[in-house]
Ligand binder design. Structure first.
Ligand SMILES: Cc1cc2nc3c(=O)[nH]c(=O)nc-3n(C[C@H](O)[C@H](O)[C@H](O)COP(=O)(O)OP(=O)(O)OC[C@H]3O[C@@H](n4cnc5c(N)ncnc54)[C@H](O)[C@@H]3O)c2cc1C
Length: 415
């Protein structure tokens, strides 16, 4: 059967990464088709903690994880949870993750992430303007707080690394924190204020406005899953779930934690895993905070956003398709009551899948299979932040240009 359409670029996935790519490519005159069976921005992007976290260069990988692993894994009060059966079935990912907790690896990862994060605004701000979404962007900094001296002491090496990589922050005493956010009821030890950090009132609304603009400017959307792709000398053919093939000069794989499902793209050969994360929402408590606050020991952010107060974070290492784990949202509920007093039961709860490589670096670059296929996934905890710049880089690659920033560390060849 002959392909029924011709495009310059097929984008697989309409999350923050895919829609950013689509809009950047379209703004350069490329004929773009986006394929996604779900509404734009409704995947992992929708449930995130909403922070444009330009300071978030420290990966989850850390030498301290290895030391504290037994406590982290067995305590019901731990921000990290790990399913043993899943670990036994996927030893390669786990071992590679632990290998990337060595100090030299962590330095490399943080350095590479800081380099990319420095370009966040170049990638994101033009898209916010294009999508007419300035009203969704809140410029009021972001705080980290530590409730214990030991938690704060343990963070000093990684905070020193963050500072050495050029991230600006202001040290806060308990009374500084109280005057900025008087509704926090934790015993406070220290805090950090990341000046210039922004957050998004609704990540899904942002991506959905990007999609609306894309459509108005003539972009095509097909509500289909891409099952497989084959590249040849002239282009790429993608097989859709309705059994039709589409053809374009190039394909960008931006299907988040599901990117490996696209057979033949090269993504299926890469060790993409998932860090499952949860959020709970208190619709009527948005006014408790004026900016996102990350409680470091508890592993989550509380963020005042359009729908209410969202308490989002934690890491659960388990299969993508494993059932919703109520223990994780019970943890968030308990801890949010510690943080703010009795908030009652949350109005809703959510599970999402961070796309995570064992070295916490995204894959951005040509596929090992063909230069016609471009990988753009694996943004772990910071895909909302890095989606815009990733889309800009993917467009550079689709146009045959050298990207505006160094992407060597993100190459698919590193595995
Ligand atoms: C609890 C939590 C809090 C977070 N907080 C933040 C934060 O504050 N700041 C931040 O920067 N990041 C945050 N993140 C991370 C961020 O949400 C992700 O890195 C980011 O959303 C990934 O975007 P994506 O476009 O790659 O994936 P997604 O948003 O998941 O989009 C992928 C899309 O691909 C589609 N798809 C899947 N398979 C196919 C296929 N075969 N064909 C076509 N389409 C397909 C899906 O339907 C989906 O729409 C958080 C994550 C979690 C879980």
């Amino acid at each position: 059967m002959q392909p029924h359409h011709d495009y310059d670029l097929i984008v697989a996935g309409a999350g923050m990464v895919g829609m950013s790519t689509a809009l950047w490519a379209q703004s350069e005159g490329l004929r773009v088709v986006v394929c996604d069976p779900n509404p734009a921005g409704s995947g992992t992007t929708s449930g995130s903690a909403c922070v444009i976290a330009t300071y978030a260069c420290n990966p989850v990988n850390s030498p301290s994880i290895i030391k504290s692993l037994p406590t982290l894994l067995t305590s019901p009060d731990s921000p990290l949870s790990f399913n043993l059966m899943h670990g036994l079935k996927n030893p390669a990912w786990m071992l590679s993750f632990l290998n990337n907790c060595r100090p030299t690896r962590v330095d490399h990862i943080a350095n590479a992430l800081a380099g990319l994060l420095a370009h966040t605004n170049d990638g994101l701000n033009p898209l916010i303007a294009l999508a007419d979404a300035q009203d969704l962007i809140i410029e009021n900094d972001c705080l980290y707080v530590w409730s214990t001296a030991s938690g704060h002491a343990a963070s000093l090496p990684s905070e020193a690394r963050r500072a050495s990589l050029g991230v600006q922050s202001e040290d806060l005493s308990p009374s500084d924190i109280q005057s900025l956010e008087p509704n926090i009821r934790l015993p406070l030890h220290r805090g950090l204020r990341f000046k210039g950090a922004r957050h998004i009132a609704s990540p899904q609304e942002l991506v959905s406005r990007m999609h609306r603009k894309f459509t108005v400017l003539g972009g095509t959307t097909l509500p289909q899953t891409i099952l497989s792709s084959i590249a040849d000398a002239d282009g790429v053919t993608a097989q859709l779930s309705d059994n039709t093939p589409i053809r374009a000069s190039r394909l960008v794989v931006a299907a988040g934690a599901r990117s490996r499902d696209i057979k033949g793209s090269g993504a299926e050969k890469l060790p993409l895993g998932t860090e499952r994360g949860y959020h709970i929402l208190y619709e009527n408590h948005r006014n408790l905070l004026s900016r996102p606050v990350g409680w470091a020991e508890a592993g989550f952010y509380a963020t005042p956003m359009a729908d209410g107060l969202r308490v989002a974070g934690t890491v659960e290492i388990n299969a993508t398709d494993a059932p919703f784990n109520q223990k994780r949202t019970a943890y968030l509920t308990r801890k949010s009551h510690d943080m703010f007093g009795d908030l009652g039961a949350p109005d809703s709860e959510w599970l999402g899948h961070r796309p995570t490589m064992p070295d916490s670096l995204p894959v951005i670059g040509h596929s090992n299979k063909s230069d016609r296929i471009i990988m753009a996934f694996g943004h772990q905890h910071i895909g909302l932040t890095l989606g815009g710049i990733t889309g800009k880089i993917a467009t550079d690659l689709a146009q045959g240009r050298k990207p505006s920033c160094d992407i060597t560390a993100f190459s698919a060849d590193r595995f």
